[in-house]
Design a protein around this ligand. Structure first.
Ligand code: EPU
Length: 434
C-alpha cells in the first residue's frame, strides 16, 4: 500500500495556530531498542513513537529471538534473554540504516554477528568502514562474503581498544559504546559524534550499571563488564529535535501563533538562533517554543544572508537542512547551502524548483537559494523522510493543491504527522492506494 498526502496550500497566508506536540526521537529510540541485547533482564520503555522504523527494529529483534510486548503510554517491554541467533535478518536490515547498531551488542554478547550492507534513506554513500575497522581493533575478524559482513571475535570475546574515527559518526559512536559495555577492559572512542541521542542512550545504560564517561563530548571511555540490569527502570524517549525543528520552520512560515510542546529547545539552538536573527518572533521556554504575533510579519520581511553549512552537533543538523531550505525560499536573501555530511541530500531541491523555488545546484554538496519566491502546488514524491516533511511544508505554503507521494518514507520517522498538522489548521488528507 502506498499512501499519499493531498494538501491544500495556504498560498503564503499565515493562518495556522495552536499547539503541536513533539513525539519521542526516532534516532534515540532505535538505539535504545538495540541496547536491550546488553541486558540480563528486560527493559521497559515509555513514549515510543509508532513509526515504521521502530516496527522494523522490533521485527529485527524478534527475528533474533527477543520478546517484545506492548505496554501502556506507547511503551513496550523488550526481553532478549532468549536470543537464539546473532545474524541480522537480511531483508529487514536492508530497510533501515539503524539496523547496524545491533552489531555492536550482538558481537559483544555472542562473539559473532553478520549483517548485510544496511539500507535506509538514499542520501549518499553511507559506508560501513568505521564499523569494520573498529571491530578489527577490538580483536575481531571481518570478511565480506555473499553480500554480508561476517564478524567474529577472538575466543574470550571482544577486547577493549582505542578507536579514532576519521569523521564523527552517530551510529558508529553508539555501536562502539554498546560493544565496549560488554568488552574486556577499557574502550576509548575518540572524535566521536556528540548528538544528544548518544548521551540519552549512555545515560540510560549508566543508570543500569554501565561504566561510560564522556558521552556528549568528543572522547568517550567505557569500562567493560557484565550484562546490565534494568531492575524495572523505565526508559522514556527524549523528544525528537528534528521533528521540533521542522515544526518550528513550518510555524515561522505559515503560523500566526504556534506553540511547540514537549521539546528541548537547547537541542535546536542553532536553528532557533538563525530564525530569530532572520526576524521570526520566537519565545523559548523550558520545554516549549512559541511563535507569537507572526501573522503580521510578511515572510519576505525575514532576512537571511550567508551560508548554511551542515555540521555535526551542535552545528546545523543535516536532517534539518531540507526544512531550512523551505525557509530560504521564502525569506529575502541569497544563500549558499553547503551539505557537508551526505552528498545525495540536495537532490530533492529539483522538485522545489518545479514548485517555483529559485535554487541552483552548484555541485552535489552545494546549492544557491534565492528568496523570496511563491510556490505552486505540484505532485512530488517523498525522497527521504526529512525531505518528505519539507515537501509537506512546501505544500502547505504553496498556492493550490499538492500531492506528496510515497508517504511511507515520512511514516518511517513521524507518527501520523497529518493528524497533528490538521489540529493546527492544515488542510491535509491521507489517501491510501492499494
Ligand atoms: N561514515 C563513513 N563511514 C562509516 C560511517 C559513516 O564514512 O562507516 C560517514 C558518512 O558517510 C557521513 C558521516 O560519516 O558522511 C556521518 O554519518 P553518520 O555515520 O553520523 O550517519 P549515520 O549514523 O548513518 C545518523 C542518523 C541520520 C543522520 C546522521 C547525521 C540514525 C539512525 N541516523 O546516521 O538520520 O542524518 O546520523 O546526523 O541515527 C534520519 O533520521 O533521517 C537520518 C538520516
Amino acid at each position: 500500500m502506498r499512501d499519499k498526502f493531498v494538501i491544500k496550500g495556504l498560498n503564503g497566508k499565515k493562518t495556522l495556530s495552536g499547539k503541536i506536540e513533539v513525539n519521542g526521537a526516532k534516532n534515540a529510540v532505535l538505539k535504545l531498542m538495540a541496547s536491550s541485547i546488553l541486558f540480563a533482564d528486560g527493559i521497559e520503555t515509555l513514549g515510543i513513537p509508532k513509526i515504521e522504523d521502530v516496527k522494523r527494529m522490533a521485527e529485527l529483534l524478534e527475528d533474533l529471538g527477543a520478546v517484545i510486548e506492548p505496554r501502556k503510554k506507547g511503551g513496550f517491554y523488550i526481553n532478549t534473554t532468549k536470543l537464539n541467533k546473532s545474524d541480522l535478518n537480511r531483508d529487514i536490515s536492508e530497510k533501515i540504516r539503524a539496523s547496524i547498531v545491533l552489531t555492536g551488542p550482538l558481537l559483544a554478547r555472542f562473539g559473532k554477528t553478520s549483517f548485510p550492507v544496511p539500507g535506509g534513506c538514499v542520501i549518499g554513500a553511507r559506508s560501513v568502514d568505521f564499523f569494520i575497522d573498529g571491530f578489527r581493533k577490538m580483536g575481531a575478524t571481518a570478511v565480506f562474503q555473499n553480500g554480508e559482513y561476517q564478524i567474529k571475535a577472538k575466543r574470550g570475546g571482544l577486547r577493549g581498544a582505542e578507536i579514532f574515527f576519521k569523521t564523527p559518526s552517530v551510529t558508529a559512536t553508539e555501536t562502539f559504546i554498546m560493544a565496549g559495555v560488554l568488552a574486556k577492559g577499557k574502550t576509548i572512542l575518540k572524535n566521536v559524534a556528540m548528538e544528544p541521542e548518544i548521551k540519552n542512550l549512555a545515560d540510560f545504560l549508566i543508570s543500569c550499571g554501565a561504566k561510560i564517561k564522556g558521552a556528549g563530548t568528543p572522547v568517550i571511555e567505557i569500562k567493560g563488564g557484565q550484562l546490565l540490569k534494568s531492575k524495572g527502570r523505565k526508559y522514556k524517549a527524549m523528544p525528537d529535535r528534528l521533528e521540533a525543528g521542522s515544526f518550528l520552520v513550518l510555524g515561522a512560515l505559515c503560523a500566526d501563533n504556534l506553540e511547540i510542546t514537549n521539546c528541548v529547545p537547547e537541542h535546536i539552538e542553532i536553528l532557533i538562533q538563525m530564525l530569530k536573527d532572520a526576524g521570526v518572533p520566537i519565545k523559548v521556554g523550558k520545554n516549549n517554543i512559541k511563535i507569537e504575533g507572526n501573522g503580521k510579519i510578511k515572510n519576505k520581511d525575514f532576512k537571511i544572508n550567508g551560508t548554511i553549512k551542515t555540521k555535526e552537533y551542535p552545528g546545523f543538523p543535516t536532517d534539518l537542512q531540507a526544512p531550512m531550505m523551505m525557509f530560504l525560499t521564502q525569506a529575502t536573501g541569497e544563500n549558499l547551502v553547503f551539505e557537508t555530511i551526505f552528498e545525495g541530500r540536495l537532490n530533492y531541491t529539483e522538485d522545489l524548483v518545479r514548485m517555483g523555488a529559485n535554487i541552483i545546484m552548484l555541485d552535489p554538496h552545494r546549492v544557491m537559494v534565492k528568496g523570496p519566491t511563491s510556490l505552486r502546488g505540484r505532485e512530488v514524491e517523498s525522497p527521504d523522510l526529512r525531505a518528505g516533511l519539507a515537501f509537506v511544508i512546501a505544500g502547505i505554503l504553496a498556492k493550490g493543491e499538492s500531492i506528496i507521494d510515497n508517504v511511507y518514507l515520512i511514516d518511517r520517522g513521524y507518527e501520523r504527522v497529518e493528524e497533528r498538522l490538521k489540529k493546527i489548521g492544515v488542510n491535509i488528507e491521507r489517501v491510501s492506494k492499494n
